[in-house]
Design a protein around this ligand. Structure first.
Ligand SMILES: NC(=O)c1ccc[n+]([C@@H]2O[C@H](COP(=O)([O-])OP(=O)(O)OC[C@H]3O[C@@H](n4cnc5c(N)ncnc54)[C@H](O)[C@@H]3O)[C@@H](O)[C@H]2O)c1
Length: 250
């Protein structure tokens, strides 16, 4: 059961949804988890949940669109637990919903900053911390890192970019014992969908795009992230893994 015994993991966007499910699963598997989120109350709440269950966790408020805060996050992990074994770069937003010609410049810049540039910032400092002993990074892409989706130009471009960044960094650091992979969830039932303006009717319509016939659950994504983060995935590197109820197979 303790697949992550003695491992130290940083998880961004861990105050809600997929990040929170991953933090809880990692802690249950023995990891010391740095629970990071821009929402301080949310990361405190998840941290408290882990501690109450007998796990180890430490909350760090971080806005991942700020490179200085990403650097500080990694420094805090090293300060608390002396090393960094695993990083899950998960924080993200749905972003502005408008056709490309109507999307605001601010909306574009915001989603690129939070969903794409953040992955570069985090990896830059995580890799530096991992070089001496090796490590494992899982970046959050999406099915929308592989195909288009109307009214989501910034989100789709960011997630395509996450996959390219993942592949490039994996090539660069494979020989240094750092594995870097990306996961691509289909639509998952989290607050992100509601924040993106989806009501229950829209969610039911979106669910029909998944041949499995429903939306995914955060825990179903967390299980894939866990597997990629263990030695069981020792030859998996530079890969993109969908977890999407066959959305991309249509
Ligand atoms: N829900 C889906 O359908 C779905 C599908 C594919 C990929 N994803 C991706 O999964 C990741 C997690 O999304 P979720 O569905 O769990 O959403 P969520 O809204 O439940 O959680 C996202 C978390 O990220 C945090 N966050 C937002 N901006 C931040 C910032 N600047 N710095 C740090 N933290 C920030 C939020 O506070 C929140 O706690 C995102 O990258 C998202 O794009 C989600």
């Amino acid at each position: 059961m303790n697949q992550l015994e003695s491992k130290v993991a940083v998880i961004t966007g861990a105050g809600s949804g997929i990040g929170a499910a991953t933090a809880l699963l990692f802690a249950a598997q023995g990891a010391k988890v740095i629970v990071s989120d821009i929402n301080e109350q949310a990361c405190q709440d998840v941290t408290k949940q882990i501690l109450l269950a007998g796990g180890q966790a430490y909350a760090v408020k971080t806005d991942v669109s700020d490179p200085l805060q990403c650097e500080a996050l990694v420094a805090e992990a090293l300060k608390q637990y002396n090393k960094l074994d695993i990083a899950v770069n998960n924080a993200g937003i749905g972003g502005e919903s408008n056709a490309t010609g109507d999307m605001s410049i601010e909306g574009w810049n915001k989603v690129i900053a939070i969903n794409l540039s953040s992955i570069f910032y985090c990896m830059k400092y995580e890799i530096a911390a991992m070089l001496s002993q090796g490590g494992c990074i899982v970046n959050m892409a999406s099915i929308l890192g592989q195909v288009g989706f109307a009214n989501a130009a910034g989100y789709v471009a960011a997630k395509h970019g996450v996959i390219g960044l993942t592949q490039t960094a994996a090539i660069e650091y494979a020989a240094r014992n750092i594995r870097i992979n990306a996961v691509g969830p289909g639509f998952i039932e989290t607050p992100l969908l509601t924040a993106a303006g989806m009501d229950d009717t829209m969610k039911r319509q979106i669910a029909t795009l998944h041949p499995i016939g429903r939306l995914g659950r955060p825990e179903e994504v967390a299980e894939l992230i866990l597997w990629l983060s263990t030695a069981k995935a020792s030859f998996v590197n530079g890969a993109y893994y969908p977890v999407d109820g066959a959305y991309l197979s249509r």
